[in-house]
Design a protein around this ligand. Sequence first.
Ligand code: PSU
Ligand code: MN
Length: 303
Amino acid sequence: MNMYLDIAPEVKAALEAGKPVVALESTIISHGMPYPKNVETALRVEQTIRDNGAVPATIAVIGGRLKAGLSHEEIEHLGKAGRAVTKASRRDLPALVARKADGATTVTTTMIIAHMAGIRIFATGGIGGVHRGAETTMDISADLEELAQTPVMVVCAGAKSILDLGLTLEYLETKGVPVIGYGTDELPAFYTRKSGFGVDYRVDSPEELAAMFRAQRELGYRGGMLVTNPIPEQYAMDKTVIDAAIEQALRECEEQGVHGKETTPFLLARVVELTGGESLESNIRLVLNNAALAAKTAAALTA
Ligand code: PSU
Ligand code: MN
């Protein structure tokens, strides 16, 4: 086991017994939602995973230790500190470990730490991708590279149209990452069920998801798999409302010269403000929905 890794006792026991475990990220807590909804949601997501027969392992860096499984106090700490906590991507782990600092893990670092711990499935809201205008800014999330090289299944609700969804799919294709639609042929766009872009494969059961992931492992591939699970119909947003908020957030981002790792948290926070909290409610519902699917898939994988 990696010398910097701490696996929580409950998670360790489940892994050793071959029981299902689902990893969860912490950037969504500190940089993706406002306090206290972020903490409330993180705890509800953990409970949803338990209700669906798996053990949750929320991942973060605390005092330079890579943690797979957090206490409620640690989740509260990350949620309260919010954007003051370092948003930790792949390039940040060496510094955080050496300096014994805290870090909120993105999809990238959650995959890295989950894999170190032996966890194969990870549930979140949305992933990072190719940003609009990336042909000049070169802003492409490290999440795509991680999906290409780390064998973890990521269950999300697609990607927000703060990104260029077409280019994001092209990038994933180049990198050999299968993009699966759960119960859909179309890539979901996070707040809405449709994006206008097709997925590679439609799958309709957790068992089939598990079978594809198992086949990927048995083929000896090193990368992961992206499962996109549409937001439940009743919580989906009106496309006109959400598109207008995203357009405005993107304009402000450009006007204010926001760039680099600040871009995604800035856009996420502005979209919540501009929709008067409506998008936050959708965001919470889709994460819970993904947690349930990931837990069922983890159960199918261990069956
Ligand atoms: N997209 C969302 N919600 C999120 C994120 C992305 O809809 O919370 C977070 C995730 O942690 C993701 C990270 O891994 O932002 C991507 O950041 P960047 O675009 O800087 O790579
Ligand atoms: Mn970026």
